[in-house]
Design a protein around this ligand. Structure first.
Ligand code: SF4
Length: 344
């Protein structure tokens, strides 16, 4: 039970709770922040009372705008803090969400990993994270919104709550997002990838790959010891894709660790059995990991080596909100550091 459970109620559940013939009006009042007044939904006093008993709190937000137009948001759920990043581009906004407080996966390059795992976010907390951010930073129209579960946590480690939140966010009486505008990024939990493929509101899938040999992946991402690359590639090949849909392969480039031409060729081969798109992400340096970003010349050479091996779609993603600690987990770490300095 969290202080945000009411945000994850379906129209049907709200109807039962309020014993009203239709749950649509209170559900829409909750889920459409452009209708809110004075920072919260406009509800009858009885509805507010009943929903408060379920948990109708909204997280407090600490907002850090970045010079590149992105905004980092620190959402407080009681004593727990998670990050979201709001990234506008022209008319559209991509919102990067957290699914857990901390993370249990222990990836060697990740700032969140150094926090360890604290807990799963409840579905209502994930929905509340979206709604409060929309309210604070827009967009006003949900058709301009894209969601990516690439913030703190491994979303497939918390699939029940993430799946439930996606269902609510896709409800036509609320935000009415398309699951094709929601991406779930995983470190590679194979049974949960299969389970994700069975969701009625199935989002797009991204795999955080980052290594092309089992030896290096096991070193960088301990989950690799449970699910080797061949097992992972087989899971991606059987993942049910819609027409023209592709799986995103995310590859964080670490200088002199995973950025050789041989790595590029193995990366091209990894995706041979399924439609995919490769997203190269130069490492965003931070004090919690010893890695460096490759030079621009090496990034170009790496992309060319992939294309020389196989024709595929490649993008190079630049981290946004770098000046406000853009990599996942960094803002929370900074907050914790400030906190402990203040206490000392
Ligand atoms: S990269 Fe993702 S899965 Fe790995 S530790 Fe960080 S948050 Fe967890």
């Amino acid at each position: 039970m969290s202080g945000c459970d009411a945000w994850a109620l379906s129209p049907e559940e709200i109807r039962t709770l309020l014993t009203q013939p239709s749950g649509a009006a209170p559900f829409a009042a909750l889920q459409r922040p452009w209708l809110w007044d004075a920072g919260g939904p406009v509800l009858s006093s009885r509805a507010r009372l009943l929903l408060r008993a379920k948990g109708l709190a909204l997280p407090a937000l600490e907002i850090s705008p970045s010079a590149d137009g992105a905004t980092k948001l620190l959402c407080a759920f009681g004593d727990d803090r998670v990050e979201a990043v709001h990234m506008p581009r022209k008319e559209r906004v991509t919102l990067c969400l957290s699914s857990q407080v901390g993370c249990a996966m222990g990836c060697g390059f990740c700032a969140t990993a150094s926090m360890g795992f604290r807990r799963h976010l409840f579905a209502g907390e994930i929905v509340a994270q979206v709604l409060t951010t929309l309210r604070a930073c827009g967009p006003r129209h949900p058709g301009q919104l894209t969601l990516v579960f690439m913030g703190m946590g491994e979303p497939l480690h918390n699939l029940d709550n993430v799946g439930r939140a996606i269902e609510i966010l896709c409800e036509p009486q609320g935000l009415g997002l398309s699951p094709r505008r929601i991406t779930v990024s995983t470190s590679g939990l194979v049974p949960e990838i299969d389970a994700l493929g069975r969701l009625s509101q199935r989002p797009l899938l991204a795999l955080s790959l980052n290594a092309t040999t089992d030896a290096l992946r096991n070193e960088l991402m301990p989950i690799g010891r449970r699910y080797p690359l061949a097992t992972l590639a087989a899971a991606l090949a059987r993942f049910p894709l819609r027409a023209r849909e592709r799986i995103t392969l995310e590859y964080v480039l670490l200088a002199e660790v995973n950025d050789s031409d041989a790595d590029a060729e193995r990366l091209a081969d990894f995706g041979a059995a399924f439609p995919h798109h490769i997203n190269l992400i130069p490492f965003n340096e931070h004090p919690h990991a010893p890695f460096r970003a490759p030079s621009e010349a090496r990034i170009d050479a790496f992309a060319k080596a992939i294309l020389a091996r196989r024709r595929t779609l490649i993008t190079v993603r630049r981290s946004r909100a770098r000046d406000v600690q853009g990599a996942c987990g960094q803002l929370v770490q900074l907050h914790a550091a400030r906190h402990s300095q203040a206490r000392a």
